[in-house]
Design a protein around this ligand. Structure first.
Ligand SMILES: NC(=O)c1ccc[n+]([C@@H]2O[C@H](COP(=O)([O-])OP(=O)(O)OC[C@H]3O[C@@H](n4cnc5c(N)ncnc54)[C@H](OP(=O)(O)O)[C@@H]3O)[C@@H](O)[C@H]2O)c1
Length: 259
C-alpha cells in the first residue's frame, strides 16, 4: 500500500514514516524540504501518484490567527483535491482533543476549519484528535512564563508521547476509514500545573510554577475538562515519568531545545 505522509519530516511525521516503512508499506515523506508543498501544490501530483492513503500531519509555520487559518484551509483543500485526482481512498488528519472548546484561539479555529473541510469532502476519512504531546510540555511552560514564574491553571491534563501518536496514526492509516473522529490520549490524567512543575524540576529549570485557576492554556480560557478526551479515547502506553527520565538521561540538550 502506498501511503503519503504530508509533513513527513516533522515531529510526528518522521516517526510515522519510520513505523509505516517498518511494516513494509511504500511511504513518501512529503514536505517542503523534500520538494512537496501543500500550500502551493508544488510536487503534490507526483508525490500522490498511485497513493491509497494521504496522512496530513503538517503544522502551520505561523500560529498567528490569519496565517494559521490560511495555512490549514489552503493546504487541506489542496490535499483533498490532489488526493481525489490521484484516486486516494483514505484521508487521515491529525487534530487536537478539545478543539471545539478552544475557539477563542485562531489556531483552533483553523483546526476546526481543517476538520470541516475534510468532513464536507467526498473522500473517506479518519480525523484523529490527540491530546498534547509530552514533547510540547516545555513549550507550554515557555508560553506562560513571566520573569521566573510560570502561571498555569490546575485543569485536568492527559498528554501523550509523540511516539504513541505515531503508532495510533499508523494503525488508523492502514485500516478502513472511520468517516468520523477518533480521540487518542495518554495513559494517565494529571493536572496541567503539576505536570509542568515535574517537567521543569527534572530539567533542572529554576522557574517556579504558580497554580492560578484564572491563568489560561496558551492564553486560552480553559475549564477542568477542556484538554482531556472522552472516556472512549484510545490510550497510549508511555507514562510521562518514564518518557521524561529517558529523555533527560539520553539527550538533555535536545529535549530542552525540542520540548
Ligand atoms: N503539539 C501538540 O501537542 C499537538 C497535539 C495534538 C495535535 N497536534 C497536531 O499535530 C500536527 C503535527 O504537529 P508536529 O508537532 O508533528 O508538527 P511539526 O514538527 O512542526 O512538523 C510540521 C510538518 O509540516 C510540514 N509543513 C509545513 N509547511 C508545509 C507545507 N506548506 N507543505 C507541506 N508540509 C509542510 C513541515 O515541513 P518542514 O520540515 O519542511 O518545514 C513538517 O514536516 C499539527 O497539525 C498539530 O495541530 C499537535
Amino acid at each position: 500500500m502506498k501511503i503519503v505522509v504530508i509533513g513527513g519530516t516533522g515531529l510526528i511525521g518522521s516517526k510515522l514514516v519510520k513505523k509505516l516503512r517498518e511494516h513494509g508499506h511504500e511511504v513518501v515523506a512529503a514536505a517542503p524540504k523534500t520538494g512537496v508543498n501543500s500550500l502551493t501544490g508544488e510536487g503534490l501530483a507526483d508525490a500522490l501518484k498511485d497513493a491509497s492513503v494521504v496522512v496530513d500531519v503538517t503544522n502551520a509555520p505561523s500560529w498567528e490567527d490569519t496565517a494559521a487559518l490560511k495555512f490549514f484551509e489552503t493546504s487541506t483543500r489542496n490535499l483533498l483535491a490532489y488526493g481525489a485526482a490521484a484516486g486516494a481512498g483514505h484521508h487521515v488528519a491529525l487534530s487536537v482533543v478539545g478543539t471545539e472548546r478552544m475557539l477563542q484561539s485562531g489556531y483552533f479555529r483553523a483546526k476546526i476549519a481543517q476538520e470541516n473541510l475534510i468532513k464536507a469532502s467526498s473522500t473517506p476519512y479518519s480525523i484523529v484528535r490527540a491530546t498534547q504531546f509530552f514533547e510540547f510540555v516545555k513549550q507550554i511552560a515557555d508560553y506562560s512564563t513571566e520573569g521566573n514564574q510560570v502561571r498555569l491553571p490546575p485543569v485536568l491534563f492527559q498528554p501523550m508521547a509523540a511516539d504513541d501518536v505515531a503508532s495510533a496514526l499508523a494503525r488508523i492509516a492502514t485500516n478502513s476509514p472511520v468517516n468520523g473522529t477518533v480521540e487518542i490520549g495518554g495513559p494517565e490524567q494529571s493536572r496541567l500545573d503539576e505536570l509542568v512543575r515535574r517537567c521543569l524540576a527534572a530539567l533542572q529549570d529554576p522557574r517556579e510554577v504558580i497554580t492560578d485557576p484564572n491563568a489560561g492554556y496558551y492564553g486560552i480560557p480553559v475549564s477542568d475538562r477542556t484538554l482531556v478526551p472522552d472516556k472512549d479515547a484510545r490510550l497510549g502506553e508511555t507514562r510521562f515519568e518514564d518518557w521524561l527520565k529517558q529523555a533527560v538521561d539520553q539527550a538533555p540538550k535536545a529535549l530542552q531545545q525540542r520540548a
